[in-house]
Design a protein around this ligand. Structure first.
Ligand code: PMP
Length: 387
């Protein structure tokens, strides 16, 4: 058996467990309409919650940014790859969020996997919700700190772990909106625990930024909490419609992260044109109440129209509306049946979600219309009887 034979076996195992992931080539810009292999599809799978990714104003800003700053940054931020426009973006993000300072990262994955090791290391402890995003999990593993994963939203279990820990440096990490479930973490209660046990509280607001809270300021603003303990992560490739992420918090915290986060330091800075587009996106988010109201209406409409018995619509007030199917093969068959009807909804299977909880992850966007949502709901209602 060579290495290649071993790999072929592994691929076969994935296939047999219905765990092969599939990639499709979309020929249209990001919007609910997609064209895949020449077929028009209505998509319910992007994180473009406000419908900004395809907004002409952002495309214009990106083009203008490229004209002004060129295509690439040329170096890492701390060498010569940092630009005035990125500095302006950081200031805009910090004031939008209501934090002292923000640091712009190339991706959310890099922000999460860089921030945790910069703050806690060997001898420290990280406390993490079991359903946290993979990038927080990886940051935790990279930190070499003790890891404590508490059952989803189980604050009593978290408190027991905090109580038992003798670590000096402690960090609690949580998604705000859980990416595969759509439910929201109890942020004020988490902050209370962080206060009691003197821990940092890192909140990954990837799916809340732009959507929740006043003017889309996110889940932390919605919860109405503030503290020097809060490390706020926002991603800019979802509701913001572009790409990148930021960490926001107290001045000293952000300064330290700039000095120590390896995923910030040892990588080429993102193209400055993206920051120019993101400044435009920040304006659109700030003035995006109409989009957010429409989105809320679509969420209520979808939940009201579905009548499922065999599959379970999971409790969620956010644009992430998962339907739990359970079995991998059945979730795939459902996604395929929807695909045949021209509806593009991804089936999410382990290891992204726990074994036995395969699901459809429906995401709604302000770019959808009422009739898009009604079409999806009625197709699902019908398929439950015919599949
Ligand atoms: N956190 C969460 C909760 C996410 O869902 C994602 C992306 N799926 C990320 C972080 C990573 O962000 P990015 O795509 O910018 O790397």
């Amino acid at each position: 058996m060579t290495q290649l034979d071993l790999l072929r076996d592994d691929l076969r195992d994935l296939e047999q467990a219905h765990l092969m992931r599939q990639r499709r080539n979309n020929a249209l810009p990001c919007a609910p309409l997609a064209v895949v292999d020449g077929r028009e599809m209505l998509a319910f799978c992007s994180n473009d919650y406000l419908g900004l990714a395809g907004d002409p104003a952002l495309a214009d800003a990106l083009a203008e940014g490229a004209q002004r700053w060129g295509a690439g940054s040329g170096a890492s931020h701390l060498v010569s790859g940092h630009y005035d426009v990125q500095h302006t973006l950081e200031q805009g993000l910090a004031s939008f969020i209501g934090c002292e300072r923000a640091l712009y990262f190339s991706t959310g994955y890099m922000a999460n996997s860089g921030v945790i090791p910069a703050l806690v290391g060997r001898g420290g402890a990280v406390f993490a919700d079991r359903l946290n995003h993979a990038s927080l999990v990886d940051g935790m593993l990279l930190s070499r700190a003790e890891t404590h994963r508490y059952p989803h939203l189980d604050l009593a279990a978290l408190e027991r772990m905090l109580q038992a820990s003798t670590a000096r440096r402690k960090l609690i990490a949580t998604d705000s909106v859980f990416s595969m479930d759509g439910d929201v973490a109890p942020l004020p209660d988490l902050l209370r625990l962080a206060d009691t046990y003197d821990a940092w509280l890192m909140v990954d607001d990837a799916h809340g930024f732009g959507v929740l809270g006043p003017n889309g300021r996110g889940a932390v603003a919605e919860a109405g909490i503030a503290s020097w303990r809060l490390i706020l992560i926002g991603t800019l490739g979802k509701a913001a419609g572009v790409s990148g992420a930021f960490v926001a918090g107290q001045t000293e915290l952000v300064e330290w992260l700039m000095q120590k986060a390896r995923t910030y330091i040892f990588t080429t800075g993102a193209p400055p044109a993206l920051a120019h587009a993101l400044l435009c996106s920040l304006e659109l988010i700030l003035n995006g109440d109409e989009r957010r109201t429409h989105l809320e209406h679509l969420i209520a409409l979808f939940r009201g129209r579905l009548q499922l018995k065999r599959w379970q619509l999971m409790p969620s007030r956010t644009p992430i509306q998962p339907i739990r199917v359970g079995d991998n093969a059945e979730a795939l068959a459902l996604a395929r049946a929807l695909w045949d009807e021209g509806l593009w909804v991804p089936a999410i299977r382990p290891p992204t979600v726990p074994v036995g909880s395969a699901r459809l992850r429906i995401s709604l966007s302000a770019a959808h219309t009422e009739s898009d949502v009604e079409r999806l709901a009625s197709t699902l209602n019908r398929l439950e009887h015919s599949l």
